[in-house]
Write a protein that binds this ligand. Structure first.
Ligand SMILES: Cc1cc2nc3c(=O)[nH]c(=O)nc-3n(C[C@H](O)[C@H](O)[C@H](O)COP(=O)(O)OP(=O)(O)OC[C@H]3O[C@@H](n4cnc5c(N)ncnc54)[C@H](O)[C@@H]3O)c2cc1C
Length: 461
């Protein structure tokens, strides 16, 4: 066990170790399938704490993990036997309503941002759940309800403050450290600890949102019509296709409770009348079981699923980018999507188009700009006894549809799947990422992530 006394002397935040009363609580991850036991967890309260931890880990050869919201599927916000920089005490948000920007500390979750921006009639391009960390979601790309209108979270990132592997503190944006800024927009936690993100905000307050559900047997007709629709729909409309089990809550008619359905979860920034007009065709793709689209404040939409997906469930993720659907891939989706193994399990297809296509594949580290969807198959269940069941379902489903998909997957929807998969995900951007990694983190201190191996330009293999 490493001696952490020297580090402790430099900290304002709490250092938690095995044996401390709150150790088991502090090390818990959102995904209860992952059980990691770090040597020490530091709940940093400021940038100086982060710098002290980075310096301590580097100087003593200690494995280092960085935890934002703790939501990562394979638990890459923690490690076994090393030091965890836990940013969950660094959750300040400062909104500049005139400039329409928000400065967001590295440990915020999206609910913190929504809470701070909504009173100004503004919103950030985030995800679909309020409890997910800003840090991990943004650094991987950031796909959500506003993607088609506003782009990915990284497309709205204006500047970041970063603690690098050598313990120094830098700002990266379009004017300073441009290579680092390029790499951070999609390259995950590989390049340093981001202590502050500055985002462009959008005038989004009340949205027209909710699901349209159809019988699961209608999935082939719905998926075909949905592909055509979402490829050309105005950017103010976002909608992700899903197979879901309707939860037994008052929000949904009792007749649908626990029924497996397919559908699209819509979010429109257009007016009520225009949204109704735009979505009218979707009501004839098949006979809807429910048309549940209505006005709601954006933060309400963002937290709609929070009660369903509480911390401590078992999660197993499989993912792909998908360029288009075929008769056969749709048949395979129906086969597996109609057999969701639990009420929480699901398959989502998030559109990667609209405003997301306005950025080129080489403009930032996130390279899959020209694809149509980020697809994710997630087996989820509260009971650890069902772990094997949900994993098998997700793997079988993925094995069936992967032959029709692109080689890479969204890094934030992957488990630990090896270097080749990470390389396929970054495609032509991978070698530039390796060179930037070699410049900023040559010893690979930040390696508890979807890792990009450092490789200086001109270095052999
Ligand atoms: C319920 C749920 C819903 C989700 N919905 C969406 C969605 O709508 N859209 C979407 O794009 N993704 C979504 N995701 C996936 C999500 O983007 C990833 O799980 C992401 O890794 C979560 O980030 P985090 O900060 O919570 O995770 P963590 O586990 O804390 O961290 C994940 C990775 O990011 C790194 N990291 C985190 N913060 C920082 C930081 N400040 N500086 C440097 N590195 C950092 C960590 O080191 C780690 O490698 C969802 C996940 C869950 C569980």
């Amino acid at each position: 066990m490493t001696d952490y006394n020297a580090l402790k002397a430099h900290l304002r935040g709490e250092l938690i170790q095995p044996g401390d009363a709150n150790y088991d609580d502090a090390r818990k991850l959102y995904n209860a399938m992952i059980d990691k036991k770090p040597e020490a967890i530091v709940r940093c309260v400021d940038v100086a704490d982060v710098m002290a931890c980075v310096n301590h880990a580097r100087s003593n050869g200690i494995l280092l993990a960085v935890r934002g919201g703790g939501h990562n599927g394979p638990g890459l916000g923690s490690c076994d036997g090393g030091l965890v920089i836990d940013l969950s005490r660094m959750r300040g948000v400062r909104v500049d309503p005139a400039a329409k920007t928000a400065q967001v500390e590295g440990g915020c979750v999206w609910g913190d941002v929504d809470h701070a921006t909504h009173p100004f009639g503004l919103a950030a391009a985030s995800g679909i759940i309020s409890t997910t960390g800003v840090g991990g979601l943004t650094l991987g790309g950031g796909i959500g309800h506003l993607s088609r209108k506003c782009g990915l979270s990284i497309d709205n990132l204006l500047s970041v403050d970063v603690v690098l592997a050598d313990g120094s503190f830098v700002t990266a944006n379009d004017q300073q450290n441009q290579d680092l800024f390029w790499a951070l927009r999609g390259g995950g936690g590989n390049f340093g600890v981001v202590t502050s993100f500055t985002f462009r905000l959008h005038p989004v307050s009340t949205v027209m949102a909710g699901p349209i559900f159809y019988a699961v047997e209608d999935a082939p007709a719905v998926m075909k019509a949905y592909e055509q629709f979402i490829t050309t729909a105005p950017e103010e409309i976002n909608g992700f296709f899903a197979f879901i089990v309707v939860p037994p809550v008052d929000l949904f008619p009792a007749s649908l409770h626990m029924r497996t359905v397919c559908g699209v979860v819509w979010c429109s920034t257009a007016s009520q009348e225009r949204t109704a007009e735009l979505l009218k065709p979707a009501e004839s793709w098949a006979t809807p079981l429910l048309v549940g689209v209505g006005p709601m404040p954006f933060p309400v939409l963002q937290s709609l699923f929070d009660g369903l997906y509480t911390p401590g469930l078992q999660w197993y993720w499989k993912a792909d980018f998908v360029d288009h659907l075929t008769e056969e891939s749709i048949a395979r989706h129906l086969e597996h999507g109609s057999k969701l193994p639990s009420m929480f399990s699901t398959m989502h297809m998030y559109p990667i188009n609209g405003a997301v296509h306005k950025v080129g594949s080489g403009d930032m580290a996130f390279s899959y700009r020209q694809t149509k969807w980020a697809e994710v198959i997630v087996g989820v269940d509260p009971d650890p006894a069902n772990k094997d069941k949900i994993m098998k379902w997700a793997r079988d489903y993925w094995d069936a549809v992967h032959p029709f998909a692109a080689p890479g997957a969204y890094v934030n929807f992957m488990m630990e799947e090896g270097t080749a998969r990470v390389e396929a995900t970054y495609g032509a951007n991978y070698s530039r990422l390796q060179a930037i990694k070699a410049k900023y983190d040559p010893e690979n201190l930040f390696r508890v992530n979807q890792n990009i191996a450092p490789k200086a330009v001109g270095a052999g293999s």
